[in-house]
Ligand binder design. Structure first.
Ligand SMILES: Nc1ncnc2c1ncn2[C@@H]1O[C@H](COP(=O)(O)OP(=O)(O)O)[C@@H](O)[C@H]1O
Ligand SMILES: N[C@@H](CCC(=O)OP(=O)(O)O)C(=O)O
Length: 375
């Protein structure tokens, strides 16, 4: 059966500690991806390595530490990286497509939809989208730094059937095997516990960034999106196909069966609320206990500067956050109809939908907390 597969390859698998791209490794991974592609799967690649590939070419002796230096190194290395993938995938007749993303590309629904549409078209045309963070424009507050979380967000965005995070270690161990030789591999994980986080350490080499800790962060994102995840090593021909078939050298993370719709997932976990709507006790009960939409009658006020279609928090009369949803109204329209019956409201405002927040575009705070508790 054809699957949609996101593969993430870390800097440590593609570059050497002294800097520079290992073209043989790029060729090896490109061939692995081409094999999956030839089996009829839709393949997306999230690749790191721009900074590590570029710093020596730019004249730095070691991987730079300052943000603008890393950005400069990435600008050089990203071109080298893409050139190597183009060449290696081209040999199998596959077009390699570069996509550079930053955090707002996920939190802004319009941008997320645009990215999705482009990716869908590339997949339809049998290309392999090759994704990295847009390092030259990402500043501190919006930077992923490592690509593990980025790959999980991509997997959720495209509703992947699986995410494969490839690294230099064959899975998550009970401790960092570089420091604890007695550590043993964990074969499968269905709940992310504090204990697991204690076992996961930082990066294993000077070119890697997040270590196993950032891979667990990625697992948290992928699992709440319902995407199964594999973290492990692909070092011999056929390893990636084996991993995709459930026989990989690594750890499998199995998400809970139920998951939110893509839209609710975006509202709950990716969006950036732009304001607040304050509601009375009746609306609170309707939203939290009766699965209803938010109607004008239960609203007391709106705060913030948001536009219809943007996400807002819904707050009870005591200030507690009840959840968040997409507002179909601007704040002035809410003020005009707050407390009115639906019929009265219809006479005062011209809106696409009379529900201020539709139930399909609403996520209760309890669901968000539950998701965190299970992580
Ligand atoms: N509990 C653990 N199990 C396995 N590896 C671990 C663990 N804790 C820390 N690590 C380290 O994580 C490294 C992989 O992450 P990282 O260096 O960021 O690579 P990448 O560039 O592939 O993302 C391994 O080389 C290993 O040294
Ligand atoms: N965007 C950066 C990623 C940095 C990095 O090393 O990430 P990772 O391999 O996930 O630890 C780059 O391409 O260099």
């Amino acid at each position: 059966m054809s699957k949609r597969i996101v593969v993430k390859i870390g800097s440590s698998s593609l570059t050497s500690e002294q800097g520079g791209l290992n073209r043989n490794q790029v060729k090896f991974f490109a061939d692995e991806l081409a094999s999956l592609h030839a089996e009829g799967h839709q393949v997306l690649l999230v690749t790191s390595g721009a900074i590590a590939a570029g710093f020596r070419r730019l004249g730095y002796a070691t991987r730079p530490k300052l943000v603008h230096e890393k950005q400069a190194a990435a600008a050089v290395g990203q071109a080298l990286l893409m050139q190597a993938y183009q060449e290696a995938l081209g040999a199998s007749g596959i077009a390699a497509a570069q996509i550079l993303l930053t955090r707002p590309d996920f939190s802004n629904r319009g941008r997320a939809q645009n990215a999705t549409r482009t990716i869908e078209e590339l997949l339809k045309q049998q290309a392999i989208p090759i994704i990295n963070e847009n390092d030259t424009v990402a500043v501190d507050e919006i930077k992923f730094g490592e690509n593990d979380s980025l790959s999980a967000l991509v997997a959720n965005l495209v509703k992947a059937d699986g995410l494969y995070i490839l690294t230099d270690m064959d899975g998550l161990y009970t401790g960092d095997p570089r420091k604890m030789p007695e550590a043993v591999r964990i074969e499968s994980v269905d709940t992310l516990t504090e204990e697991l986080y204690q076992m996961a350490g930082g990066a294993g080499s000077s070119v890697g960034t997040g270590g196993m800790r950032s891979k667990l962060d990625a697992a948290r994102i992928a699992m709440r999106g319902g995407v199964p995840l594999f973290v492990g090593r692909v070092s011999e021909s056929g390893d990636l196909q084996a991993a995709a078939a459930g026989r990989g050298k690594g750890t499998y993370f199995v998400p809970a069966l139920h998951s939110l719709s893509a839209k609710k997932h975006w509202v709950g976990f990716l969006s950036d609320p732009q304001g607040k709507i304050i509601v009375d006790g009746g609306a609170e009960d309707a939203l939290l206990n009766r699965g209803s939409s938010l109607l004008p009658a239960g609203i007391t006020a709106a705060e913030g500067d948001f536009h219809p279609g943007e996400v807002v928090e819904v707050v009870g009369s005591d200030g507690r956050v009840l959840g968040r949803g997409i507002s179909n109204y601007a704040p002035w329209q809410i003020t005009a109809v707050a407390g009115l019956s639906t019929d009265e409201a219809r006479k005062r405002v011209d809106v696409a939908r009379i529900e201020v927040i539709h139930r399909d575009e609403w996520v209760a705070a309890t669901i968000l907390k539950e998701a965190h508790a299970n992580e």
